[in-house]
Design a protein around this ligand. Sequence first.
Ligand code: NAD
Ligand code: WQD
Length: 351
Amino acid sequence: MKTVLVTGGAGFIGSHTCINLIENNYRLIVVDSNINSSPKSIERIRQLFKNKSIDLSDLLNFFHGDIRDKNFLNQIFANAKKDKSPIEAVLHFAGLKSVEDSFKDPMLYWENNVVGSLTLFEVMQSFNCNTVVFSSSATVYGITSQKSVDESSVINPNNPYGQTKAAVENLLEGIFKSYSDKWRIANLRYFNPIGAHESGLIGEDPNDKPNNLFPIICRVAGGTYKNLKIFGRDWPTIDGTGVRDYIHVMDLADSHRCALDFLLNNQPQFLNLNIGTGKGTSVLELIQIFSDVNECDISYEFCERRPGDLPVVIANNRKAIELLNWCPKKNLYDMCLDGWNWQKLNPNGYK
Ligand code: NAD
Ligand code: WQD
């Protein structure tokens, strides 16, 4: 059984990926500062497996700490080595992710996301652990007139958050160029992950108020918010509202397991991969599906466009599908059903 380190594993995507990895026979060490998550997500993962009579005490170990703390990371790698289960790969989710906040405090974003990643890669190198799957984002792409973006599209992020993601991708590319006989690297560029684990035990629970569309729709459905403000009704799209590529978080989780398997079973290499469904959905279409599936009304009003928004962002996901033996399986119906199920069962998240 291989041991892997999951940074940011208590967060939204990390926690869902932990479930998939455990189901696929990986032993996990999770580190998280909980700056944007609750350690209770890890307890919920334990509960989920306990319900199936599986005890995770040896398979899932959580350590509270910050990836910028080199001593902390050294200790994690050294202890795993001492226990005769050295860390063989890292899934690197830890990072701050709000575009809006990154404009308010760019230095914090560079420090946390870039310096944190650099510290992690240095420690990995010193323990001869050279396999990493990095959480990148579709936000690294510049504005394009293509119908969907492929991995060769121009990288030109228009916000500090995206710039930190592009910088870490660059850093990894540089590491690969210098040690191309050793490092196995996959930058997964996620599009718009939504939904939750079908059990309703695990889901998205940001510490601050959410900025993204789907958690806001859930809060309107649950009555926490009065209505949804739709940013613009005059985009050049099917109905004037923004079009995005929404992907179920469990499909996204599965792409990590597939990327990890692929890297571990192949030659050292450096990969950039779009992770989306390749299908576009407008804000109004998403509201309609959510209302139909969950039999509820989502009240909304139209507002000004949000600065920095694009009309259409859709993945060309062919490379990931061809290379990884991965394919998204869930549709918007599942995303809306599972996301709302989580929200209904946990109106205050993990609190
Ligand atoms: P999240 O905030 O739920 O999870 C990130 C986790 O990292 C949190 O648990 C947080 O506490 C932890 N963390 C942050 N900085 C840390 C540090 N210095 N040390 C240790 N832990 C730290 O976010 P998410 O939605 O699960 O996203 C995971 C990753 O994927 C992030 O890197 C994010 O930028 C990236 N991403 C997310 C999306 C999205 O829409 N959710 C899209 C593209 C990329
Ligand atoms: C989706 C659509 C909005 C909120 C962001 C990041 C990206 C990635 C995913 C991390 C757009 C509209 C939204 C609202 C609205 N995250 N909207 N009212 O902007 O595609 O991507 O999250 O890497 O980097 O930029 O996602 O969910 O914010 O917006 O009308 O209250 O919903 O205009 O068309 P976005 P989103």
